[in-house]
Design a protein around this ligand. Structure first.
Ligand code: NAD
Length: 516
């Protein structure tokens, strides 16, 4: 079963997604029938598409003849019967189960028995939509991302009864349209909307306990390679939309606390502070997030003895950066690779890469008073620090100390971070700080999705990079870190918060060397 550009298509729903899908299909050479329940909507969508194609011609992005041919292949129709010869229908109507079921049941009576039925639903179970069809095996999810002409990802979502040949035909078709199809099993949120939840949830949890401001959290995560910080992004998506996706994933998982929505976001929705579109969310618009003033660390980082502890890429990086910082004084750091922690001993004080423990917990466990913890440096987004030599610009990095730390180390810890090439961002003494905690939970969610057969690790990586522009995929971050490191960090979060949110994925648990 294959589909080619000579097969005609029916797109139902001429809204933002339907119009985009019609454009991409027509550009690939298909004859497209476009239908909308609202009279005139399909014709208006076609006219609007004509205007956008004209703009692309004016900018020299496409040839005038190609634009004309694309538009010529799109036919606005006012009755579904006019598209009875279509080999494939893609539905992009209102996000309601009853409406989608009724539409597909009607279409079954109109189209040829071998026609493929695809739904662009972003949150409804494909299995549930197929229930009631005479041939549920020919219904499949074809989940595009907005804006359809620009976003390469298509989640090809199989419900319980979807025939593998139908999913394969849609996969081949998406590829022939220049998209990157990723197979998903129909489960709440599919791949992207599920794995992305912790990106928002961890920041909302940190805001809830007043660990840092939205600007600090956004700055830290952008320094880790994310194009937008979570607060800016929620403001852009709209808190009503983002909150309702979170709620639907939470409810669809039978109120698993892993996905629990946040009171912080509920409050914004209650206030009508929906983000950019209402002029106010975490930030006020049009100004937006702004930038943090860069703190000037005029206190020199001083020490008698500096030792870099631990092994691995972060320790190597710290050693190179410390050597650079100390070279003007004519000496360099010592190295203790066999330590069970990573970081810097500066005389009697410690600057520790987060392992999930707070500075206070670490200080108690090691019997050292002057302890500061710092976040995982993930410059470039791939889960590892860059080469020391390549680290030209300082990287914003969260750090914290605890109430009993001396005043001297409170000043020296950020001075050392600055000397090591970071812009230190002070946050409250919370477990796993900001980036490490967020990445660990994204990895954990992706691991669960793989464990449950929703997608493959490669599928998860591709989906997160292409669907939400993450700088790397969760399994790429994991490769730059370690299963034991991630598992230990999540165990610490679980020990502090004692809920279900920080439950280690069995996929990770099965791969740890030290935990069970
Ligand atoms: P939209 O409101 O812009 O468009 C929906 C269109 O469907 C409207 O023009 C409406 O008149 C029409 N319609 C409603 N019921 C109909 C019916 N029974 N028969 C024919 N036409 C009908 O919505 P949208 O954002 O394009 O979303 C459409 C679908 O795509 C939804 O299922 C949504 O969840 C999904 N989706 C949306 C996005 C997004 O970012 N907007 C992304 C991926 C998937």
């Amino acid at each position: 079963m294959t589909l080619s550009s000579s097969d005609s298509l029916l797109v139902v729903g001429a809204g933002i997604m339907g119009a985009g899908i019609a454009q991409v299909a027509a550009q690939a050479g298909h004859t497209v029938h476009l239908f909308d329940l609202r009279p005139g909507a399909a014709e208006e969508a076609r006219r609007q598409l004509g205007r956008s194609l004209d703009t692309l011609v004016a900018k020299g992005r496409i040839e005038a003849a190609a634009a004309e041919a694309t538009l010529g292949r799109i036919h606005a129709i006012d009755a579904l019967e006019q598209a009875a010869s279509a080999r494939l229908v893609i539905e992009a109507i209102v996000e309601r189960l009853d409406a989608k079921r009724a539409l597909f049941q009607q279409l079954e009576g109109l189209l040829a028995p071998e026609a493929i039925l695809a739904t662009n639903t972003s949150s409804i179970s494909v299995t549930a939509i197929a229930n009631g069809l005479q041939h549920p095996e020919r219904l499949v999810g074809m989940h595009f991302f907005n804006p359809v002409p620009l976003m390469k990802l298509v989640e090809v979502v199989s419900g319980l009864g979807t025939a593998p040949a139908v999913a394969e035909a849609i996969t081949g078709l998406a590829r022939s349209w220049g998209k990157l199809p990723v197979a998903a099993r129909s489960t709440p949120g599919f791949i992207v909307n599920r794995i992305a939840r912790p990106y928002y949830a961890e920041t909302l949890a940190l805001l809830h306990e007043q660990a840092a401001t939205p600007l600090v959290l956004d700055t830290a995560l952008k320094a880790a390679g994310f194009r937008m910080g979570p607060c800016e992004l929620m403001d852009l998506i709209g808190h009503d939309t983002n909150f309702s996706v979170t709620k639907s994933v939470y409810e669809a998982n039978f109120f698993d606390k892993r996905y629990m929505p946040s009171l912080v976001q509920q409050e914004l929705v209650d206030a009508g502070w929906l983000g950019r579109k209402s002029g106010r969310g975490f930030y006020a618009y049009p100004e937006g997030a702004g930038r943090l003033p860069v703190a000037v660390h005029d206190t020199p980082a001083t020490a008698g003895v500096v030792t870099v502890h631990g092994r691995g890429p972060v320790a190597d990086w710290l050693e190179a950066m410390a050597a650079r910082a100390l070279s003007s004084q004519g000496w360099g750091p010592a190295r203790e690779p066999d330590s069970d922690w990573t970081g810097l001993a500066v005389d009697g004080a410690r600057l520790v890469l987060t392992d999930g423990r707070t500075a206070r917990a670490w200080a108690r466990a090691h019997g050292v008073r002057d302890v500061a913890v710092f976040d995982r440096p993930v410059a470039g987004g791939v889960g590892q620090p860059p080469d020391a030599a390549a680290a030209a610009a300082p990287i914003a990095l969260a750090w914290a100390t605890h109430a009993d730390c001396s005043a001297a180390w409170r000043t020296q810890a950020p001075a050392w971070l600055a000397a090591l090439g970071f812009v230190p961002l002070p946050v409250a003494d919370t477990p796993g700080l900001v980036v490490a905690r967020t990445l660990a939970m994204l990895i954990n969610e992706a691991a669960d999705a793989v464990q449950q057969g929703v997608c493959t690790p490669e599928g998860a990586d591709a989906a997160m990079k292409l669907g939400v522009n993450y700088p790397a995929g969760p399994f790429e971050w994991l490769a730059g870190w370690s299963v034991d490191g991630v598992a230990a960090l999540i165990a610490q979060l679980d020990a502090v918060y004692r809920g279900e949110r920080y439950r280690l994925s069995p996929w990770l648990a099965a791969r740890t060397a030290t935990l069970r």
